[in-house]
Design a protein around this ligand. Sequence first.
Ligand SMILES: Cc1ncc(COP(=O)(O)O)c(C=O)c1O
Length: 390
Amino acid sequence: MVSFVQFSYELSLKHESEYFLSRPIYAHINSDAMRHNLERVRELVPGSKVWSVVKANAYGHGLASAFEGLKTTDGFALLDLAEAKLLRDMGWQGPILLLEGLFSQEDIFLVSDLHCDCVVHHIDQVDWLEALSEAKHGASSHLPKIYLKMNTGMNRLGFRPNEYKEIYHRLHASGYGISHMTHFANADYVDRSPSVDEQAEIFHQAIEGFEGDRSLANSAAVLWHHHMFFSDWVRPGIMLYGASPSGKYEDIEHAKLQAVMSLNSKIIGIQHLDAHESVGYGSRYKTDVPIRIGIVACGYADGYPRHAPDGTPVWIAGPNGLADGKVCRMAGQVSMDMITVDITDMPHVDVGTDVQLWGNFLPVDAVAQSAGTIGYELLCALAPRVPRTG
Ligand SMILES: Cc1ncc(COP(=O)(O)O)c(C=O)c1O
């Protein structure tokens, strides 16, 4: 239900945007960049169909913008029935995959109404689906399509390879059309076990002789392992939004992806500090020499990571705007609505100067790395109070 709340919040922002204009922070969502990134996926895995992963409100970007940018996808994958309903309301008639399937037996009614495909990863879900099949007299046209999930080493969701065959036969006997699915634990690492190779090998051995499509690859596998196996359906998420599956920008620097979300704001105050003064809560940042501090309208209540240390990059516009800007460094503790940045080297900066917290000039991964997290978390954590424009 959170998504409905979030969505109505977004809608109310649209209708009442005049109330929000005075605070300068906003997230620009570039649907063209999303479209470009989807094309990049297609270039990398030309024979595969694409489940565009749009869970968690499209990784924080807003489902409506994601729908706009990703309309040419083959299907949308998400978790939440409320989000599935939104996609249908926006006119999407293609496949929708529920990545965690049914959470309770009652979900089956909405799932059927919304014509969603379901991941099956737990024995209770098999029981519920058998009961549905009995009620529908096994008529496959009235049953959701199934993505049966195999646990090949991620050890999160799915059936072990030795259980898989029996579950497959139970669902098959109940009239379900079944695709096969697994998820990689380490597609963004080179030296961790289980490797992509190992997991793919286990998967292919266990489904040998079974009919049905195979779905294996997340973004990291699409980017870095696409030559090693074929996936009828790939399931990219983070790369569609132009961020790195590994959390390191250098890993996607040459992947020709474009940042989709630009979180922009402005300088709302300037402080001139002498040597041996300090900045903000806890007086964490102490000056050695006189410096100039720019106060930016963005804080942890907007989704900026509170644990970002001094030195975290912030992009400050040059005299001719953001394109002409450069990286400055955070100085002082992030507070609820503001951050403080050392702008000593940028004499033109004044109240009203544009700032980018992350986006097309400053990769979200660079900020995330400095804050000890990954771009995924920053994007997903963008607060509902930040207006999204597109
Ligand atoms: C089952 C499954 N497939 C695909 C994805 C997409 O992953 P990524 O965003 O790393 O591409 C996720 C995301 O967590 C997932 O849980």
